[in-house]
Unconditional design. Structure first.
Length: 356
């Protein structure tokens, strides 16, 4: 039985998108007959999974994200020297992995893409924080034996910024839990709208994300006054002061209920390697407006399951108004991504891993 080590500061269900992906990889690797170990500061699994894995905990003290990152790298490297394993799989920027999964934003691209003025962007390349992150990213990508991008956009960015590693980069599309996210959720839409205090005339736009600046929330907020009065914006994952038309939900556990009541999901992200929000919403039967900088955009069929915006304010407004005049079929929205199962994703990962 071959042993796979997964490495990321946090891996587990309910800890975030990439962290959940690491958790699903863990459970699927076990199902496919691998022994699994995890190097992390925190994990979150059901007890039956915990009983099957080897956990190598890292304890970090100190302030500052860069210091913690550096300490994590150093301690993880020490652990790897004293344990036996066959493959090192890293859904995290970690040098020397057998398989590097690009589930975090590519720093080289994100620094240029940040919604800041030209001078600030250039200065960012000189800041110690970004210099450290760029160096770790470069070393991680160049030293990996093979690389997985989650969508075509990820491989295109590798071609642009790290062309020497393009030949060892492959694409494995993320999977979804179709038991949790499915168009049948829409059958309870009317009852849920009433339960949550909305009228049937309200047109509900859902935004969800823990990083509102990168995900483009300010852009969406800035055009609310240009949308019809019956439009209300639900904001999940962010705390704030609610108004009659803008409702902050904070962190919520059952996001599928909000996919069920939403008429449209809008994610004007400035950069997402592959937004799970886009895919979860489509699977749940909700049309989506995402941006040209979301890797998941390749599954948007304009006018059929949503639209793609170039992030110009007028373009986003017009796309929302277009969407409001279309009666989207929840089942067609979901069918456009039915091939994105976790089994397909993990089989793709294993196939690439076995070739190392």
């Amino acid at each position: 039985m071959k042993k796979i080590i997964l490495i990321r500061p946090k891996i587990g269900f309910g800890l975030g998108g990439a962290e959940t992906m690491g958790a699903i990889l863990t459970t699927k690797f076990l199902d496919y007959g691998y022994e699994v170990g995890i190097i992390a500061t925190k994990i979150n699994f059901p007890q039956d999974i915990l009983d099957k894995i080897s956990f190598y905990p890292i304890k970090i003290k100190g302030r500052g994200s860069i210091l913690k990152y550096w300490l994590f790298l150093k301690q993880a490297m020490r652990i790897l020297k004293i344990i036996d394993y066959d493959y090192l799989v890293s859904p995290f920027r970690f040098p020397g992995s057998d398989l590097l999964i690009l589930c975090d934003p590519l720093q080289r691209f994100w620094i240029e893409q940040k919604p800041e003025n030209f001078v600030v962007k250039k200065l960012n390349f000189l800041r110690p924080r970004y210099r450290f992150l760029l160096n770790v990213e470069k070393e991680s990508i160049e030293s990996a034996k093979k690389i997985i991008a989650l969508f075509r956009m990820g491989k295109e960015l590798i071609s642009q910024y790290y062309p020497q590693t393009y030949s060892k980069t492959f694409i494995c599309n993320l999977g979804l839990d179709f038991n949790r996210f499915n168009p049948e959720l829409k059958q309870n839409k009317a009852n849920l709208k009433t339960e949550f205090g909305f009228s049937h005339e309200d047109y509900l736009i859902l935004f969800t994300g823990y990083n509102p600046r990168r995900k483009g929330l300010p852009l969406l907020l800035g055009l609310m006054n240009e949308l019809p009065e019956n439009v209300k914006l639900l904001i999940a994952g962010v705390n704030g002061k609610s108004t009659n038309r803008i409702i902050y939900l904070g962190k919520i556990g059952k996001i599928e209920k909000y996919y069920a009541i939403s008429d449209l999901v809008v994610l004007p992200t400035y950069y997402d390697p592959g937004a799970m929000v886009t895919l979860e919403a489509l699977a749940s039967g909700s049309p989506v407006i995402t941006s040209i900088f979301d890797g998941s955009k390749e599954f948007i069929k304009e006018g059929i399951n949503g639209f793609v915006t170039n992030l110009e304010k007028g373009d986003l407004r017009n796309k929302i108004l277009q969407a409001m005049n279309i009666s989207f079929d929840p089942y067609i929205c979901s069918q456009t991504i039915q091939q994105l199962t976790w089994d397909n994703y993990v089989r793709c990962v294993i196939n690439i891993l076995s070739g190392i």
